[in-house]
Design a protein around this ligand. Structure first.
Ligand code: CS2
Length: 493
């Protein structure tokens, strides 16, 4: 029987540091992305420059990852997969674990500990509790209203940060930086707005808001590394390479990028030692990545999913998908972005094409297609409105929305197939309720586009809704390839 990964069993050297120092950083959302991204930069920063930047790893509710970290002395591996081959690195950067839902008091106390200087977070689009129509904190939604009713026992990350900041202020524990590592437009501003609106809606001690304004910073940041879910094949490969079993290895591509606004209230790890870029053009980088990579990713996943393609590289390997993505990139996304200075978009796109063709990594179509109701909000409305204002209907963005609808809330009688069935859609019930009784494909699509799933400004554009309905109609009657052809032909006409 192979031995488990642990400090006693692993005799090789770790990536970054061994025996991480005292925690100076806490991470909310200990999923695969953090473990293959910020954790790596932090380990390399400590290896190069030292510093008390050991990480407190916080899971929201599941014990799966933290239980394995605890059992493995906080070691885990990253399996890098590319056409150049594979390599495995063992990481040792976390010092302590918590489960927010079970240890809420400890979490609040930990964030209020003066030793913690930076809170990073990957809580996904869902974690920000943002209203899809207004873009404000969803104070009337079930999650935030429950936290506001019982603020000492918050269930959301936003409520937990709110409670911890109040404690930090009351304890005079010093300034703090909260760094979002999620794929959001202006991620720092968004996090600031959600936490700020929560704190406005709850009772705070006198002087708190001045302290919050002056002493808590929320830098913007662009994060990038394609990190699929862990599969049995990941575990088997790591076991073969390490000779030890790791319950929570993370597969990842070789590419990694982090562009951060240097706005830290109480110091930070020397992440530049791991290759991070500090820039004052972060919002431009965020848009480049959110649209060119993430937006195109969504189109690849919905077209590929409807075409029965299980992975992103197999989807992107279909000519019709590649043509649609090329069109999306060049005519709908690129003109919508003020590029960072010195940025070469065609080189970036060529690199994206390679990254989407990584068969060794085999990123799942269904992973990228999941959470569409939240992800599309970052990827569709602004660039679509820009074109609509110019009198043009964005064919590929409409096709993307149609693909999402056909996969996760298809009109009656259409079966989008097994890949779509694997996509997780948190709004599934609301989508079903909104479309119940729709008598036609057009009515079905109108019920979604105008039903509180998109901002008002887009919902009002009939020409967009109509085009989405056309594409859903074609997908459900003659297939996704014909819908793609119609989108490309409309542009050429
Ligand atoms: C993907 C991202 O889930 C998605 O929609 O586009 O997870 C993507 O792989 C990462 O943002 C890459 O940095």
């Amino acid at each position: 029987m192979t031995q488990p990964l642990s400090k006693a069993n692993f005799t090789g050297s770790v990536l970054g540091v061994s025996a991480p120092p005292k925690p100076g950083m806490l991470h909310l959302g200990i999923g695969n992305f953090h473990r293959a991204h910020a954790a790596v930069y932090t380990a390399k920063a400590m290896a190069a420059q030292g510093g008390d930047w050991g990480i407190v790893a916080v899971a929201n509710r599941s014990r799966r990852v933290v239980g394995a970290l605890d059992a493995q002395d906080h070691l885990y591996s990253i399996l890098e997969l590319s056409s150049a081959g594979e390599r495995v690195d063992v990481m040792d950067v976390h010092r302590k674990t918590l489960v927010a839902a079970e240890q809420t008091d400890q979490l609040i106390a930990q964030i209020a500990d003066p030793a913690i200087k930076v809170v990073t977070m990957t809580i996904s689009e869902n974690g920000y509790c943002r209203h899809p129509v207004t873009g404000d904190l969803d104070v009337d939604g079930a999650q935030i209203s429950a936290d506001l009713a019982d603020p000492a026992n918050p269930r959301t990350s936003i409520g937990q940060l709110g409670a911890a900041l109040i404690r930090r202020y009351s304890d005079d524990a010093g300034p703090l930086t909260i760094l979002s590592c999620d794929n959001l437009v202006s991620a720092g501003h968004t996090a600031h707005k959600m936490v700020g609106q929560y704190l406005q809606a709850t009772a705070t001690p006198s002087g708190f808001h001045d302290w919050f304004t002056a002493q808590v910073t929320f830098p913007n940041a662009m994060v990038d590394r394609i990190v699929p879910g862990t599969t049995d094949a990941t575990r088997a490969k790591v076991e073969q390479l390490l000779g030890l079993t790791d319950a929570i290895p993370v597969p990842a591509e070789r590419f990694s990028m982090w562009v951060i606004e240097d706005k830290f209230a109480a110091g930070r790890p020397a992440w530049e030692e791991g290759g991070a870029i500090f820039s004052d053009e972060v919002e431009a980088y965020e848009l480049v990545k959110l649209r060119l990579l993430n937006g195109s990713h969504s189109l690849i996943s919905y077209l590929g999913g409807l075409d029965g393609q299980p992975t992103i590289p197999s989807s992107f390997g279909q000519d019709f998908v590649r043509e649609c993505v090329t069109e999306l990139l060049n005519t709908e996304y690129l003109p919508s972005i003020g590029l960072p200075s010195g940025f070469d978009p065609q080189a970036y796109i060529a690199q994206l094409f390679d990254r989407w063709s990584n068969h060794a990594l085999g990123d799942a179509t269904a992973r990228v297609g999941s959470d569409g109701s939240l992800k599309l909000l970052q990827r569709v409305p602004d660039p679509a409105l820009r074109m609509l204002d110019l009198g043009e209907v964005p064919q590929q963005l409409a096709l993307m929305v149609a693909g999402w609808i056909a996969c996760v809330c298809p009109p009656d009688g259409f079966d989008p197939g097994p890949i779509a069935a694997e996509m997780i859609e948190p709004a599934k019930e609301r989508l079903a309720a909104a479309t119940a009784g729709a008598g036609s494909t057009r009515a079905h699509v109108e019920a979604i586009v105008r039903g509180g799933f998109f901002p008002e400004a887009l919902a009002q554009r009939d020409e967009f809704t109509e085009r989405v309905a056309d594409f859903v109609q074609i997908i459900t009657t003659s297939g996704v390839r014909d819908a793609a052809k119609a989108a490309l032909d409309a542009r050429r006409a």
